[in-house]
Design a protein around this ligand. Structure first.
Ligand code: GUN
Length: 296
C-alpha cells in the first residue's frame, strides 16, 4: 500500500512556522510582510487559486493588496502598476496570477517585477540563480516546485543517484523542479506530452513528478514498485451524472504498488500556497531585515 503524503498537514505546519516568524518580526517592531496579488480576467481556476492565496495571507499575518482587472486591461497599464509596486516600500512581494490574456505578453510583465519582490521566482534573474544552484533552499524559487521538494523530502532520505522523471516542461513546474532535483544529484529525465515511449521512460523512475495537465495520464503499469509519485495535476473532469470532480495527472487507484503518492486534492496544492507565504516572508526579510534571521 502506497504511503499517501499529506500535503495539507505539511502545509499547515509551514504556515504555522511562517506565522510564528511574522509574529516575531511584529514583536521587534518590524512591518508586516505585504503581498500584492494581481488577477486579470475571470478564469474560474485562477479566481479559486487567488482566493486561497489571499486567505493564507490573512491566516499568517501577511498584508494582502488585491488588484483585479477586467480581461481588457492593457499591457501598458499592467507595466505601470508593476512599476508603482516595485517602488512602493510597503510592498514586499508581487504576484501576477497566470495565465494572462493573450494580448498581454506574460514575459514582459514578469520581467518587469524587481527580482527582490518576485515571490513566484519567475524573473529571469531568479530563474538564473536557480539554474546555477544559487537559489535552492533560501532564494525566491517557484512555489509549486519548492512544495514538491518538501513533499519529497518527507519520504526520500537520499536523492543522490536516484532517477527522477519529470513529465511536463512548463516554466512554473517542470523546468524548475527538474533543476531542483538535479541540484540534489538525481539523474533527471525531463519529458512531456509529446515524448515518445513515455511509459517505458517513467517505468525506470525512482521519483516521478507529473505536471502535464492531463487527467489520469500516468497509469499503474507505468510506475515501478516502490517509486515515489508527486502528482501536480489539478484537473476538473465532468462525471456521467453531470457533476464535476478534481483529479490529478495520475490514476491514483492503480498505484497501490508505489512507495508513496501525493493525493489530489490535498497534496501539492496546499504546499504551493504555503510556499508562497514562505517566499513573501523571505522577500520581506531581505528587504526589511530583522537583526537575527528568521527561518521559514
Ligand atoms: N498559475 C498557475 N500556477 C501559478 C503559480 O504558481 N503562480 C502564478 N503567479 N500563477 C500560477
Amino acid at each position: 500500500m502506497a504511503i499517501i503524503i499529506d500535503g495539507k498537514r505539511m502545509a499547515d505546519g509551514l504556515l504555522d512556522r511562517v506565522a510564528a516568524d511574522i509574529a516575531l518580526r511584529d514583536a521587534r517592531g518590524l512591518s508586516q510582510p505585504a503581498l500584492a496579488v494581481i488577477l486579470i480576467g475571470g478564469d474560474a481556476a485562477s479566481q479559486i487559486y487567488v482566493g486561497r492565496k489571499l486567505r493564507a495571507c490573512a491566516r499568517v499575518g501577511i498584508v494582502s493588496r488585491e488588484f483585479r482587472f477586467d480581461e481588457s486591461v492593457s499591457e501598458a497599464e499592467m507595466l505601470a502598476l508593476i512599476d508603482r509596486l516595485n517602488a512602493d516600500a510597503q510592498v514586499h512581494g508581487i504576484l501576477v496570477q497566470l495565465p494572462l490574456p493573450a494580448h498581454i505578453d506574460a514575459n514582459a510583465i514578469l520581467d518587469r517585477i524587481v527580482p527582490a519582490k518576485d515571490v513566484d521566482g519567475f524573473h529571469p534573474v531568479n530563474v538564473g540563480r536557480l539554474s546555477t544552484g544559487n537559489g535552492n533552499g533560501n532564494g525566491l524559487v517557484p512555489c509549486t516546485p519548492l512544495g514538491c521538494m518538501m513533499l519529497l523530502d518527507s519520504v526520500v532520505p537520499e536523492f543522490r543517484g536516484l532517477h527522477s522523471v519529470v513529465i511536463g516542461k512548463s516554466n512554473i513546474v517542470g523546468k524548475p523542479v527538474a533543476l531542483m532535483l538535479l541540484e540534489r544529484e538525481c539523474t533527471v529525465t525531463v519529458t512531456h506530452i509529446a515524448t515518445q515511449g513515455l511509459p517505458e521512460i517513467v517505468r525506470k523512475a525512482d521519483i516521478v513528478v507529473v505536471a502535464a495537465g492531463h487527467p489520469g495520464l500516468v497509469r499503474g503499469d507505468w510506475v515501478k514498485p516502490g517509486a515515489v509519485v508527486i502528482d501536480v495535476g489539478i484537473n476538473r473532469i465532468a462525471l456521467a451524472d453531470g457533476s464535476t470532480r478534481i483529479v490529478g495527472d495520475v490514476c491514483a487507484a492503480e498505484l497501490d504498488h508505489a512507495g508513496a503518492l501525493t493525493p489530489v486534492p490535498g497534496g501539492v496544492g496546499p504546499m504551493t500556497v504555503a510556499c508562497l507565504m514562505a517566499n513573501t516572508l523571505t522577500a520581506a526579510q531581505e528587504l526589511a531585515p530583522m537583526a537575527e534571521p528568521v527561518a521559514a
